[in-house]
Ligand binder design. Structure first.
Ligand SMILES: Cc1ncc(COP(=O)(O)O)c(C=O)c1O
Length: 339
């Protein structure tokens, strides 16, 4: 059934609260330099992916590519699923998500509570990635259900396009363009949305990709990673490296240190990719008078049993790394890798 624009978007509702997030000076964590956090964790379902999900679904409804008889299908390890679950529920669309065993328990329950059908795949490749099997299962679903439509966050040009709005909000909030923007990577939709917005026509904004150690996005060797939403086991279809500064690669323990520092100094409970951005900003030369922005990608509640659990850190990385993480958090700023 096709809906009119008024029926779709007339009342505003919860989707009208997505975006227009505050930009907060991180004065306590970075007292010597001017660093701002774009508070994407304040989106109603808790992450930057609320924006991407809303833009893809509402744009597809507007263009008549989907309607309320459509089954939306996506492969996701977390936030995109939650964003889609919220927007699909609001617009009365069915949602079938293919996830992997690295998904947090809380995220899994949230997806089910929002009413999504969630299916877990269980065969990984040699690097421990489930991406290949997740994508294979999506193809099976598309064959099985003629009314299924794949939102394709890894390929859909609407993904990066979403963030022209995010970038424009930052410029309005600062009253000028920032000098540096630090963005964590997975599909690279957020990264390339910023890079395209700030660089065409060419402006003097450094868009800095921050990727996970073990991710292949910038040519690294695939290695097991356990923090969801950060890094990828396949190359991004969006990347244009000519628009980007040199990538900064962060190991998982350093992103945990970054999370704990952001929590301790600013009382902001965030996820692992945001912690990686803290580490990346600390390793970067930001001059007096320059303005840097980092994206606060998602809320930390979904990581209290992992990133913020001493037992989990010990079990995952061992006692030595656990102690190094705690020492780094207690001693002050981290400048070098703990690994
Ligand atoms: C917490 C978190 N940070 C960063 C990213 C990376 O965003 P993108 O897919 O736009 O590269 C994601 C993606 O899901 C995420 O969930």
């Amino acid at each position: 059934m096709n809906l009119s624009t008024d029926e779709l978007f007339g009342s505003g509702g919860i989707p009208s609260l997505i975006g227009k997030t505050p930009l907060l000076r991180l004065q306590r964590l970075f007292p010597e330099i001017e660093v701002y956090g774009k508070m994407e964790l304040l989106n109603p379902a808790g992450s930057v992916k609320d924006r991407t999900s809303k833009f893809i679904i509402e744009e597809s409804l507007r263009r008549g590519l989907i309607d309320t008889d459509t089954i939306i299908v996506e492969s996701t390890s977390g936030n995109m699923g939650i964003g889609l679950a919220q927007i699909c529920l609001y617009h009365g669309l069915s949602l079938h998500l293919v996830v992997d065993p690295y998904i947090n328990k809380q995220t899994f329950r949230m997806l089910q509570t929002y009413g999504a059908h969630v299916e877990v795949v269980n065969e990984s490749d040699q690097s421990g990635s489930y991406l290949g099997q997740r994508i294979a299962r999506v193809h099976e679903l598309l064959d099985e259900y003629p009314r299924a439509v794949w939102t394709q966050q890894y390929e859909n040009p609407l993904n990066p396009l979403t963030h022209h709005q995010t970038a424009s909000e930052i410029c309005n909030q600062l009253g000028e363009e920032p000098d540096h923007v630090f963005v964590a990577t997975s599909t690279c939709g957020t990264l390339m949305g910023f890079a395209n917005y700030f660089n065409r026509p060419k402006k003097n904004v450094r868009v800095v990709p921050v990727d996970a150690y073990g991710s292949v996005i910038f040519g690294g060797h695939p290695t097991k990673r356990v923090i969801p939403g950060f890094g990828a086991s396949k190359a991004s279809s969006f990347i244009d490296e000519t628009l980007l500064a040199t990538p900064i690669i962060i190991e998982e323990p350093d992103s945990i240190i970054g999370c704990k520092k952001l929590l301790r100094h600013e009382a902001i409970l965030s996820g692992g990719s945001t912690g990686a951005l803290v580490a990346a900003v600390q390793r970067s030369a930001i001059k007096p008078g320059e303005k840097a922005v980092m994206i606060i990608f998602d809320r930390g509640e979904r990581y209290v049993d992992t990133i913020y659990s001493d037992d989990w850190i010990r079990k995952t990385y061992g006692e030595k790394i656990f102690r190094k993480i705690n020492n780094s958090v207690n001693e002050g700023m981290v400048e070098t890798s703990v690994c």
